[in-house]
Design a binder for this molecule. Sequence first.
Ligand code: HEM
Length: 349
Amino acid sequence: MNGNYIFSLITVVVLGLLAFFGTTVFGLQYLFGVIVPYACVIWFVFGILKRMLGWANSPVPFRITTTCGQQKSLPWIKQNRIDNPSTGIETIIRMILEIVLFRSLFRNTKSDITASGKVTYIWEKWLWVGALAFHYSFLVVIVRHMRFFTDPVPYLISMLEYFDSLFKIEFVGEVVGTSLQIGLPGFFISGLVLLAAILFLFSRRVLISQVRYISLPADFFPLFLLMGIAGTGIFMRYFSKVDIISIKELTMGLATFCIPDGAVLAGLSSVFYIHLFLVCILLAYFPFSKLMHMGGVFLSPTRNLPNNSRARRHINPWNYPVKVHTYDEYEDEFREKMIEAGLPVEKES
Ligand code: HEM
């Protein structure tokens, strides 16, 4: 048992229980349905701005690009324009490939020692596949959720829902002469892929001993939180029939600052409150956690700078004037003594 993930798991369970008992026993629906969501959204926005402005204002006087290919050099030496960009356009292409396809993760290798004692490098493709599946399904789920906060629902969101639910599980049969059709209406692939990807990323941390060794509560907590969010969401959609009309009344109310009355809040399922509360915790936790790599990737000076140090001289803007004593001045000062001592001089007088 690894204390790091037990601690994170217990924290998430306690948070879920807080929302459950808070809304079912203590009648705190207004707190969990209105005050906490607003407070967390405000915290999230300010937190993100604070972190991003902090990074944007950090001086980067020199090029510290991470490179892994041939730099622009002599005309007959072929440059690797993406791994070692020297212009703005090349850097933008490199950034797009990094952000959209996680290119550096794709090229990731892990080292191992073979039975004969040789060190080998193995292409670590499954982490890349899992990371892509996780981030893209997360994005699709979030964009789809916008239907709760918009009225009418934008066409693009409906289209996304349509393609996401193309894969339908349906049972069509006949029971005592009448045809029977059982199906899960709009079975969203992204929701399941999201949960599967989180479980994959979690098992990787637990099953691979080296990864487990370097994993901290801060690595497990977001995974458990997301498991809780996706799990309660899936439970609401396919197992317990939540009152979507009332939920939409609340979410539209939150979006338009026009909160529905207490009866609507009191009628909402406790699973919904757990789902919403865990999302709020995620929002509050986001800006001050490792999840900020979402914003950091754009401002990382090891990625977003062309490597043109040889072609252009970059001068540190806060260099103070240094008092220099040139060799000419030195010789002028000590010439006679140098001649007396038999030392060579450049000028005789
Ligand atoms: C980090 C943000 C969130 C994530 C990752 C998430 C995840 C999910 C998932 C995976 C589902 C299962 C169905 C599906 O795939 O869409 C779901 C359903 C649901 N979520 Fe979320 N959710 C988030 C935020 C929210 C928020 C902010 C609300 C409302 C305030 C919300 C309300 C609901 C409801 C009502 C359902 C049931 C949908 C239905 O029955 O059609 N979720 N969520």
